[in-house]
Design a protein around this ligand. Structure first.
Ligand SMILES: [Zn+2]
Length: 341
């Protein structure tokens, strides 16, 4: 068996969408090396994320310690570098998205195994597309130095400099047809957790198709957005629904949708309606308080201080009017069922 046969490449392509425009790549003229900056998502998780969530960012290939997975055909474009960055044009005379293959190293599993596949795959691309491994592989951090630190952000904590990575690729490239795999120089793994996330995240203030997709997903899972629906704008109502989802999933509650929350959204089953607790919630003196009122407020998109004051009562009346049910500002079984369906 020769080095060229050391690993299999799996091709499982995501559907056409924001992540995969389905348009042709020029060349490829060069390769952009990335790492995902996500400690918990492997290659399959990234496939699911891009296939389902379709953020307008992507890469061709995801590599973990057991798999080399191409999720976008190598003759099509992927979005793995900002078009506005000038360095790709300066170095290679083209935008990376139009002329480069983007390769992502996943953080999950055994670093040495994932890294060996990552090195091998870069050598494979250089062989296949006749690219010089010393000059045609560029770090994402070189193209986007203000925003990105990858792939060094995962290589260096594991004992590999980018220069060493290029030497390892060169060694594989030179040994491609031989039967002996070259040694890679990896120091014992030293696990560090990074906080930078390379994939798209959605948070309050964002808008567009990704947000609409997120909102439809939330609604379908039983997190209604009664005031604004799937309007494509990530405002207070969407944030409250995301927080509630995160709370119920027992993951970090920050109202921000990154790969982990997207992964949970993709796997979650629709939640059951919350049964009416048997108490009428209404404006009275002193004001009623309690966590159920906080949940009512989150559903209504008003500040959730867990106190049933005039603002909440007014929001309940508005909601009831919109729903076409009796307008009395009191949350009884009917209003509750509409709020928590
Ligand atoms: Zn990157």
């Amino acid at each position: 068996m020769s080095v060229s046969d050391k690993y299999q490449i799996e091709q499982r392509y995501i559907r056409i969408g924001n992540s995969r425009p389905g348009t042709g790549l020029t060349g490829p003229l060069f390769i952009v090396a990335h790492e995902t900056a996500n400690n918990s998502a492997d290659a399959d998780d990234h496939f699911a994320y891009f296939n389902n969530s379709q953020p307008s960012a992507s890469a061709h290939t995801f590599i973990d310690d057991g798999k080399i997975l191409e999720i976008i055909p190598l003759n099509e474009k992927a979005y793995h570098n900002l078009y506005t960055n000038p360095e790709d044009n300066r170095l290679f005379g083209a935008d990376a998205n139009d002329a480069a293959i983007g390769v992502e190293l996943c953080r999950t599993g055994v670093f040495r195994e994932a890294y060996d596949r990552y090195v091998w795959y870069h050598a494979y691309l250089c062989r296949r597309f006749n690219l010089d491994p010393s000059t045609k592989i560029v770090a994402h951090s070189t193209l986007d130095p203000r925003r990105r630190t990858d792939p060094e952000s995962w290589l260096v904590p594991n004992g590999v400099t980018f220069a060493q990575f290029l030497r390892d690729v060169r060694a594989y490239y030179n040994a491609w047809d031989s039967s002996t795999s070259p040694p890679i120089r990896v120091q014992p793994p030293e696990r560090e957790t990074g906080s930078e996330v390379d994939t798209t995240i959605l948070r309050r203030g964002d808008s567009g198709a990704d947000v609409t997709f997120l909102q439809r997903k939330l609604i379908s899972l039983g997190y209604p957005l009664p005031r604004f629906g799937a309007d494509g704008t990530f405002g207070a109502e969407t944030e409250a629904a995301v927080r509630q989802f995160q709370q119920e999933q027992r993951i970090r509650v920050d109202g921000i949708v990154g790969p982990e929350t997207f992964g949970r959204l993709n796997r979650a089953k629709p939640r059951r309606p919350k049964p009416f607790p048997g108490t009428l919630y209404r404006l009275k003196s002193p004001y009623m308080r309690g966590s159920n009122i906080g949940e009512i407020q989150r559903k209504l998109g008003v500040p959730a201080d867990s106190i049933y004051g005039p603002v909440t009562a007014q929001a309940v009346r508005n909601f009831q009017r919109k729903e076409g049910i009796k307008v009395d500002g009191i949350v009884g079984p009917v209003t509750w069922a509409r709020l928590f369906r």
